[in-house]
Design a protein around this ligand. Structure first.
Ligand code: 16G
Ligand code: ZN
Length: 547
């Protein structure tokens, strides 16, 4: 690194001193915290993104400013790698180091050392696309990111302004594949593949019924609002245009955790109507409906597990149609990935379909990695993060098959549906908008109402508790987070509790986004799930002490 580069970094870094006592870790989804403390963090992640671009031969990298479903006064920042996926985990320690550097001098020293170790040639051309959600703090944080990127010589930041997180990931992926990568290209891509799937719906007279979307008062509702699907009837509420606070009493996280209607929903006209919720940056999707006028705001929730089950059923049906000799697995390998949070009833259902079900650690990057090992890998967290990944070789095989088969045959239609799904559903990361479109088209394909879809299986009652402890890192789990390895003895104690309940299951894990230990419990009745959850929480307190 030459003197000009060092001077450029020192000068810009002095604009963004690290607030005292700020200690950050890249975590499951980037850095998050109170927005007023994050200028220096976002500026430094700007530098990191520019270096990442240089390291990877001038490929385009993405930087998203969002704190997703967290409260509006928080914000956060994360990086999209050139593939459109999450930042390589190998760079996370460097992210942690620079985010916590206490002075400009230390920061520059860390960067210099890293640049030399990684053999990054400064002076090349680098490009970083910047996006932000609707948080008011996003605007000035984006300026900090811009300064960070351009303080690395030869690197430019391109301001993409308000975007959903998955849209930014999609743009990065498309750009690096040499494809058109604007928001309008994204819309066009969605529309074309959606139309293709609609044309392939077998029932001659399908009925379009209304979907009501809760936009969480965030960017997802606004982006949905921007493009119209003439073939779908979608009413969007909680766009944030008529007041309403981001994620406050609204959005996928609220709906999934509280199992009640979001604000603006629940009138008698809403009873039985198919509804969906996005989270604040539209990478989570859940569905729900109000079962009756007397439900007191309680909903029937169709979470990520149920979306996964619907997708798996549909994809499997298509695969079975053209795997002529019925030997599934010969041409394709369909796998599903869940986390320990997946409801036990969903896992039983998926296994009952004969599917390969594997488990990953919580956090999109872990599920994505496992799903990519299959030809068709479907992953979902119960909270609504997920997508379907198609391997490039499998898509080529499908396209080849499409050419060989006679148009209009069942096999041809099945293959064409899969090709269209691979174009519709975001291959970079879980995307509430493309996920919603796929759910809508599959329901029409099946001729199903939301109630019928809900009947695929009945969720086991569950309970989640969070426990504040002095040091959550004292909890160490197995790679799938189903068992605790530390503190020693706690797993035996948990097992002792589990044994007391029919269909009992419970686990603990340290949160990646909050300073707490999380407890999950399920059992055959709600009373039992609550009681199991409470007793495991008590165990956490007695082994770790409460703070
Ligand atoms: C983040 C993760 C999400 C995970 C959640 C767990 C991404 C994009 N988001 O929101 O996948 O479920 O963290 O939070 O990876 P926790 O560690 O606090 O329980
Ligand atoms: Zn999100």
């Amino acid at each position: 690194m030459d003197d000009t580069q060092i001077a450029s970094l020192l000068k810009s870094s002095d604009l963004f001193p690290l607030p005292q006592s700020l200690k950050l870790s890249y975590g499951t989804a980037g850095f998050r915290g109170d927005a007023s403390l994050l200028d220096s963090t976002v500026y430094r992640v700007g530098i990191l993104s520019a270096l990442r671009s240089l390291k990877l031969g001038s490929s385009t990298v993405g930087l998203m400013i969002t704190a997703s479903h967290n409260k509006v006064s928080d914000n956060g920042v994360k990086v999209a790698d050139p593939s459109g996926g999450m930042l390589s985990q190998e760079w996370e320690p460097f992210a942690d180091q620079i985010a916590n550097a206490s002075s400009s001098e230390e920061l520059v020293w860390l960067i210099k050392e890293f640049v030399e170790r990684e053999k990054i040639s400064i002076g090349g051309v680098g490009e970083v696309l910047l996006g932000r959600d609707t948080r008011p703090s996003g605007y000035s944080l984006l300026r900090a990111a811009e300064i960070g990127v351009s303080s690395v010589l030869g690197c430019v930041a391109v301001d993409k302004d308000l975007l959903t997180t998955p849209l930014l990931h999609w743009m990065v992926r498309a750009k690096n594949k040499g494809l058109n990568a604007s928001k309008y290209d994204y819309f066009e891509n969605l529309t074309t593949s959606l139309m293709c799937l609609i044309d392939l719906i077998p029932v001659s007279e399908f009925k379009i019924t209304k979907l009501v979307l809760d936009g969480a008062n965030g960017v997802g509702g606004q982006v949905m609002n921007e493009f119209s699907f003439c073939t779908l009837d979608v009413e969007i509420r909680n766009t944030g245009f008529q007041g309403g606070v981001l994620n406050e009493g609204v959005g996928a996280d609220f709906v999934q955790k509280e199992k009640v209607v979001p604000l603006g929903f629940g009138s008698k006209d809403d009873v039985g109507v198919r509804c969906a919720s996005f989270d604040g940056d539209a990478d989570r999707l859940v569905y729900f409906y109000v079962p009756s006028e007397s439900s007191g705001g309680k909903i029937e929730l169709l979470d990520g597990d149920k979306i996964l089950s619907l997708f798996a059923l549909f994809v499997k049906e298509q695969l079975n149609t053209f795997d002529d000799d019925g030997k599934e697995g010969e041409l394709s390998r369909l796998g599903v990935v869940q986390t320990a949070y997946a409801n036990g009833a969903s896992t039983d259902y998926l296994k009952g379909l004969g599917l390969d079900v594997v488990f990953a650690k919580t956090g999109v990057k872990h599920l994505h990695e496992k799903a990519a090992e299959f030809d068709v890998g479907i992953y979902f967290e119960a909270n609504g993060h997920g997508t379907i990944l198609f391997s490039e070789s499998f898509v080529s095989l499908l396209v080849g098959k499409q050419k060989d088969l006679s148009e209009g045959s069942d096999e041809y239609n099945a293959v064409s549906r899969l090709v269209a799904v691979s174009n519709l559903i975001n291959q970079a990361v879980g995307d509430a908008i493309s996920g919603l479109l796929l759910v809508e088209v599959i329901l029409q394909h099946m001729g199903w109402s939301v109630q019928k879809w809900n009947e695929l299986y009945k969720d086991l009652p569950s309970r989640q508790v969070k426990v504040e402890v002095p040091d959550r890192t004292a909890v160490v789990t197995t790679s799938e987070e189903t068992e605790a390895l530390k503190p020693l003895g706690i797993q035996d104690a948990i097992n002792g509790e589990i044994k007391k309940y029919k269909r009992g299951r419970a686990f603990i894990r340290p949160s990646g986004t909050e300073d707490v230990v999380r407890v999950y419990a399920e059992a055959s009745t709600q009373e039992d799930a609550d009681s199991l959850g409470d007793s495991v929480a008590q165990l956490v307190k007695s082994f770790l002490g409460s703070s």
